[in-house]
Design a protein around this ligand. Structure first.
Ligand SMILES: Nc1ncnc2c1ncn2[C@@H]1O[C@H](COP(=O)(O)OP(=O)(O)OP(=O)(O)O)[C@@H](O)[C@H]1O
Ligand SMILES: [Mg+2]
Length: 362
């Protein structure tokens, strides 16, 4: 699928602007603070139903105006569509598809699909396990409603177990009641872990290939699930029960549950070394990119066409060879790529859009 045209009206630092895009690479060029990321934000919003930057819609309206809107024209296999979103300081936002008002924001999802990569995404590699679990959970939830349902259920059980650990009057009561919670936690938890491992097994093969490509076969990426593992849900369930029992004393002492899918992680190893602790900035970025690009491939398998790729400021930390390979790779799908400077030779054939102070320069 690809976006054909973006019309902005009082959106952020834009006045009225129409931007035409091509189905392959669109390079959005400009100095700092000119409106490059704002442009991606409008496309992101029309796909996801919220901003990539803020939860307050009022921030999207130009400071000197009361209303803002944008209109995204896009084409997918099933035909062309137009998403228009109108924001007002006084009233609720209005979302329209092909001119018809949507009643629920949920109805917007699945129309335009995007994958967004910003410098922030480096946290996928660098930060705490939570970010990597979120990556898995968000992706799998999009592909399976059942997974989302189990995740919600697991978190509720976990909350109750933790509450009990904190508030129980004495250890005897805990010793009696914890096993009941453990069975429930292990039952739902094992389904989550099983689905995560299944998903990761597909993802890691694709990510390995993409990563090898981006690094000209110089680096090898190994991904694995770090936590309780097993061949099937039953095996995982038994393992969780064993571990919960082993951890019981520690749980009681600390007042929370120390093992389970809510503590698991993805291990990322490049050329035999843990990339989170020992990787350079550029190496970490390449791993994060490989994971995101693999997401795109899985998505294509499921939906039947590539989503639109939004790459915000990703070139800066990559060496020229990696940049070249990335650009070649993303040429197969529509990509909106922002940058402050570029090598014209590398971007031959790309649609170059120059942005200055919220305006397209010709
Ligand atoms: N609601 C708003 N009304 C008017 N201007 C705004 C609004 N929100 C943000 N801006 C302005 O938009 C500009 C930021 O634009 P954006 O983040 O798109 O820059 P950029 O071109 O991506 O820059 P960089 O290269 O630094 O990432 C800032 O100068 C900011 O002051
Ligand atoms: Mg920016």
């Amino acid at each position: 699928m690809f976006v054909k045209e973006i019309k902005l009206n009082n959106f952020r630092n834009y006045d009225q602007e129409t931007i035409k895009l091509l189905p392959n690479i669109n390079l959005i060029v400009g100095k700092n603070g000119q409106g490059k990321t704002n442009l991606l934000e409008a496309v992101y919003y029309s796909a996801i139903g919220k901003s990539s930057k803020t939860s307050r819609d009022a921030e999207l309206i130009n400071w000197s105006k009361d209303r803002a809107s944008f209109c995204i024209d896009f084409e997918k296999k099933s035909g062309t569509k137009k998403i228009e979103i109108i924001f007002s300081r006084q009233t609720k936002k209005v979302i329209q598809i092909n001119g018809v008002n949507l009643l629920k924001i949920g109805d917007l999802l699945g129309n335009l699909n995007v994958v967004y990569f910003s410098p922030d995404e480096l946290k996928l590699v660098k930060d705490a396990p939570q970010d990597r679990r979120n990556f898995l959970d968000t992706d799998i939830s999009q592909l399976s409603k059942n997974y989302f349902y189990n995740l919600t259920k697991y978190n509720k059980i976990l909350d109750q177990r933790n509450k009990l650990l904190k508030t129980a009057q004495n250890v005897e009561i805990l010793e009696q009641t914890l096993p009941i919670w453990d069975i429930q936690l292990a039952d739902v938890g094992s389904k989550i872990v099983f689905e995560r491992i299944k998903f990761l097994n597909i993802l890691k093969e694709i990510a390995k290939k993409v990563h090898a490509y981006l690094t000209s076969n110089k680096e090898d990426l190994e991904m694995s699930y770090a936590g309780i593992i097993g061949e099937n849900a039953e095996e995982i369930k038994n393992q969780i029960l064993i571990e919960l029992k082993k951890c019981r004393e520690k749980d009681i002492k600390l007042g929370f549950t120390n093992i389970g899918p809510h503590r698991d992680d993805i291990k990322l190893v490049v050329n035999g070394v843990d990339i989170r602790s020992f990787g350079s900035q550029g190496q970490q970025r390449t791993v994060a990119l490989s994971m995101k690009l693999s997401e795109l491939e899985i998505f294509k398998e499921e939906v039947g066409e590539y989503p639109v790729l939004l790459l915000d400021d990703v070139l800066s930390e990559l060496d020229q060879e990696r940049q070249q390979r990335l650009i070649k790779y993303v040429g197969r799908m529509q990509t909106l790529l922002t940058t402050t400077q570029y090598d014209p030779f590398m971007f031959q054939g790309a649609n170059i859009i120059k942005i200055e102070n919220g305006k397209v320069k010709n």
